[in-house]
Design a binder for this molecule. Structure first.
Ligand SMILES: Cc1ncc(COP(=O)(O)O)c(C=O)c1O
Length: 443
């Protein structure tokens, strides 16, 4: 999506539920990422300049081979199997097999995006879930929708996407003592918002805690192929605790196909996995029936990973890495604390060194206030750390680089092909703009 259509209607809308007695009638705001994107689109439509760092979109064209595969499949008009067509399940099984996770097509369930599958999994487990603090905006929101409670557990120190294992054990015990049953834990490997990759030792320790407390591990690996250093050690919990780990992934990030809405889940073999799979397929059957048939055909090609497509993922990985490094360097030079980005297209700077100045000069004391200031004063869209479950006073922001690569396919292709994308004028100009903004804001 190069720009989001606004979904603000032209008529007055009730702000409180007309069904106060209905338990499920809680106000449901638009997901923070989509809301930030809409605010930027509105500014752009008024002709105001924007710096689009809010939306977790990969910002690259669909590969021509995938477009052709989709075009060739438009005659596929039947619903097809709920869990996905045989070709896609076999291709996804092969994809995981090549990553050291033996997988049979029968344990794969496909859906319209991994977001939908994650929601289905939370419904399937039917109990509270532990999520890292910070973690992707939708886990906690989805848990609420599923009638469960999200329990935020601090991320392991210096890491992202994984609960500190000891703190997880303590949280499960405390929740049980208070009458709440945590039955699953989410790992984001690698992570959104921090762009960090959980360490193998931490993954192993978390798996031990999960086994001790009989938790299902839901490992969201949508960014797995976008780890910047291809030699980095990536350990999935499914390799350590295969009997209790569900893995989800999708084509939205590595192939920039978010709008095609296709994701896949790998359920564990064994009694627990069989039960979860049955539940999940039942839920899928009642909500979306089956993923879109032509999309599944194209996705089968993507997951079978012919050379031209893996080459494309490799180029996008180096583009994300270069621009993330550039954005992190700009933030660091301005005086902010920035964990080195390791994966995906996210940078997570901490404005703590500027706290006193931001409070005094701008009355900003929260990440939400900081994101609002950047948007109103400079047209810079960012996401506040509080959207990821952080304490409102934590002055971190997530900066997403995916929409810096160019506003046309030609520019995005040039960015993919460039050995030094930061030297392209349209990317350099946006990094310069970020630098100017931070210089203006700095103490
Ligand atoms: C960590 C994480 N998981 C899942 C998703 C959902 O992706 P999709 O539903 O497009 O597969 C996203 C998208 O932003 C994400 O960042």
């Amino acid at each position: 999506m190069s720009s989001a259509g606004t979904i603000t209607p032209a008529f007055p809308v009730l702000t409180t539920s007309p069904f106060p007695a209905a338990p499920a009638a809680k106000p449901m705001p638009v997901s923070a990422t989509l809301a930030a994107n809409e605010a930027l689109a509105a500014r752009r439509s008024r002709g105001e300049p924007v710096l689009p760092l809010a939306f977790g979109e990969a910002g690259l064209p669909a590969h021509p081979a995938l477009q052709e595969a989709l075009a060739a499949a438009t005659a596929s008009n039947g619903y097809g199997p709920v869990a996905g067509c045989a070709a896609l399940r076999a291709a996804a099984a092969g994809y995981w097999q090549r990553r050291g996770l033996p997988t049979s097509p029968g344990s794969v369930v496909c859906g319209p995006g991994s977001k939908a599958l994650l929601f289905g999994l939370l419904l399937a487990t039917g109990a509270d879930v532990a999520v890292p603090r910070p973690s992707w905006v939708s886990y906690a929101a989805q848990a609420g929708l599923a009638g469960a409670m999200p329990h935020f557990v601090p991320a392991a120190p210096g890491e992202g996407g994984i609960c500190d294992p000891d703190a997880l054990g303590a949280a499960v015990t405390a929740a049980r003592a208070a009458g709440r049953e945590i039955r699953s834990v989410i790992v984001t490997l690698p992570d959104n918002p921090t762009g960090r990759l959980p360490r193998p030792a931490t993954v192993r320790a978390l798996c031990q805690v999960a086994a001790a407390h009989d938790l299902v591990i839901i490992s969201d690996e949508i960014y797995r192929d976008l780890v910047h250093d291809p030699a980095a050690a990536v350990l999935s919990p499914a390799a350590v605790a295969p009997e209790r780990t569900v893995v989800t992934t999708a084509l939205s990030k590595s192939f920039a196909l978010g709008g095609w809405r296709i994701g896949v889940a790998r359920l564990p073999e064994g009694a627990l996995g069989g039960w979860l799979r049955r539940q999940l397929v039942g839920i899928c059957s009642e909500i979306w029936s089956a993923p879109a048939a032509p999309i599944q055909q194209a996705a089968a090609l993507a997951f079978s990973e012919p050379h031209n497509l893996t080459e494309r993922v490799a180029r996008s990985r180096s583009l994300h890495a270069a621009v993330c490094r550039g954005v992190a360097a700009v933030c660091r030079e301005a005086g902010l604390d920035v964990p080195a980005p390791q994966a995906a297209f996210y940078v997570y700077p901490d404005f703590e060194p500027w706290r006193a100045h931001l409070g005094r000069r701008h009355g900003v004391t929260t990440s939400q206030g900081l994101a609002g200031l950047l948007l109103d004063r400079y047209g810079a869209g960012t996401l506040a750390a509080s959207a990821f479950g952080e304490d409102p006073k934590v002055l971190r922001l997530r900066l997403a680089t995916g929409l810096l690569y160019g506003d046309s396919e030609a520019r995005q292709e040039a960015a993919l092909a460039a050995d030094n994308p930061l030297s392209l004028p349209w990317i350099a100009a946006q990094l310069d703009r970020l630098s100017e903004i931070l210089a203006d804001l700095a103490p």
